[in-house]
Design a protein around this ligand. Sequence first.
Ligand code: FUC
Length: 791
Amino acid sequence: MRQISRLTSCACLLACASLSWGADTTLLWYDKPATDWEKEALPIGNGRMGAMVFGGAQSERLQISEKSLWTGGPGAEGGYDYGLPAQSQSALVSSIGKQLLDGAMLEPEAVAKQLGRKMHNYGDYQSFGDLIIDSSGAEGGIAGYRRELDLKSAMARVRYQQGFTGFLRDYFVSYPDQVLVGRLVSTNPQKLRVRFDVPDNRTAETRIETGKTGARLVITGALKSNGLKYGVALLLIPQCGTVKADGDALAFEGDCAVVFVLAARTNYRMHYPDYRDGGADPAALAVQDANAAAAKQYSMLARRHGEDYHPLFERVKLDLGAAATKLPTDQLRAGYGSGNAVADRTLEQLYFNYGRYLLIAASRGGSLPANLQGVWNDKATPPWNADYHVNINLQMNYWPAEVANLSETAEPLFDFVEHLVPPGRLAAQRFFGAPGWTMFLNTNAWGYVGPIDWPTAFWQPEASAWLAQHFYEHYRFSGDLQFLKQRAWPVMKEASEFWLATLVADPRDGKLVVSPSYSPEHGPFTAGAAMSQQIVADLFTNAAEAARRVGDKVFAKRLDDALAKLDRGLHVGKWGQLQEWKADLDDAKDDHRHVSHLFALHPGRAIDAVKDVELARAARATLDARGDASTGWSRAWKINFWARLRDGDRAHKLLAGLLHDSTLPNLWDTHPPFQIDGNYGATAGMIEMLLQSQNDVIDILPALPKTWTRGSVQGIRARGDVTVGITWDACGLAELALDTGRTATLTLRSALFEGKFDTAAALKGDGAQRTLSARAKGHYDFKRTTSCPTN
Ligand code: FUC
């Protein structure tokens, strides 16, 4: 890296940086360093790499993760079987299925004893290590400390004064340059010692090289568990002063700034069954990444990062009436719900922006999808292995992707699911003797597709059908027929083949049901639990539509025929509830966190609250009985449920509960423990409150809570390739802007159309629901013409 001009003086850097430090809804900030990884440290990331910034003054810690560093899997001592038994289990599965069809109800423990399998070398997502920066040289107490995460620039910053010296540090993880970049500025000479600490479950060889323009620390090694190779390259580039080796660390001394770049690579390849890029030398790749980045000036790296990130983040803007606050974010959160409406709106807006930020930071093309912790993990054995649970959690991670106009963040999900199809075919064969593909509760980086032995959750063969929904939804939002043909259809068709082959006729009524069937984490094994039926119905409905679009009429007909005989899982029970099981077993006092039998309401679309009034009432009865208090992701799902039931106040109550009880000081969702799905699920839920389109009607402000008295949202997406802007006030919708990507007849629903409004576009129909003939690249504005007396 060329030396930056000393004219860019440290004083200027400090002053310039402070300009962005107003408290607003795109900034998390704190007045002390973090000490707790989970609750306080601040996450930055580029999808593949993540860093947690602690912001310590004398000793800074950046804990690093890289998505592919997993123990277990192929190469692990004792072997690995992808969760697949060597012998077929299909006779056993169908005999249990038959017992259930004959009316048995089996305890999960009993079924798990027969069908469960011990996870063998399943592995865990790993921490890559810790970048530690010890600072000495300045004397005196610390003053003016501030640590922040700027969501507009995706940069973490730390600033403080020690004695007469001012310090400014900023960090970002660049997607275009695939490195973590840091800049450490001081107004007087500073002394830094920089090292990289590696966890002890791997080999590590450290090499230090110093040159004219800087110094390099390279660590190379392999996980002891499975031999997966990794490499770290850290380059320290002084803008003045000197860098030299100091044992296993690099030491900098100088009176201005030093920049570092850190690259991390493994020889993982997301490819069943080998999962290795055999020829890759991760240390050499990391050195290559770091050298390429270091050839650019800091300002260029920051500019490239901004040019990549900014357009994604800026696509959507939400205004709920927030105002600048002097409160640090932890205090803003702690005070939430205590009577200051403006402060509450400020936190809600910030939380929404943070959800979008976290999705961009944890999911970008070219790496694994966001796991239970996004991309961040500091442990060798994290909760639930920090894996991919597919009975709600991975799916919830991607709920905001389309609606929040970030559809490219779903790319890793599509790649991941496609790569699971080949092992998923074996799961279908070995457990069911069926064609197509399936998988169960959870998976890892190593194509695990079998069931585990956790009785209350292990049986979940609906996972493949649920994941297929994301492919079809991408098509519904984008209208991208090529994506439908080339990527969605193969995944959907094979998932459908699996269910066409395994559904059985229920002697109770002759309908087709899933058996064995198990409602997630709850109740006995039965035939035809609601969630199983609803997910299969959703798949078949989507696949029948898709089949017609891609011209596979024969398959469409098979699906139509099956749908005609399928139990849709929509039974109303004795206390008016939507039944969780086909028999009316629900206990009105049960407050279990899973409400999976409302899948048809969300993320499915079989229950339309406007048309299916009775089913909507039953869903409401179920939710009332389950109650509002729950764990993080469960509250987030309930926001979406209530939004789909068009009850904005109740959806907001769930959001408020989530912020109050299930949100950590760094605004991460807590189950507990930290689980990122709740952040994503709530972000999506906030959009569902403002806009819905699941039933081919663009429904404006379907669930606006009273407490959001005025506001606006720009850039959110409706199905049919439509980008939507909405402004509302105390009288409801005031302005609507639609940008249409395709020629189509759109159906719009809004109370606005019942009053007086202006539009240049021709609308057909009357009342709240109208149709609009939209052009490709069309822009349409609608404005209320009457004034609002309470404004
Ligand atoms: C699902 C949930 C659990 C937990 C786990 C990671 O199984 O039911 O509560 O969130 O995922």
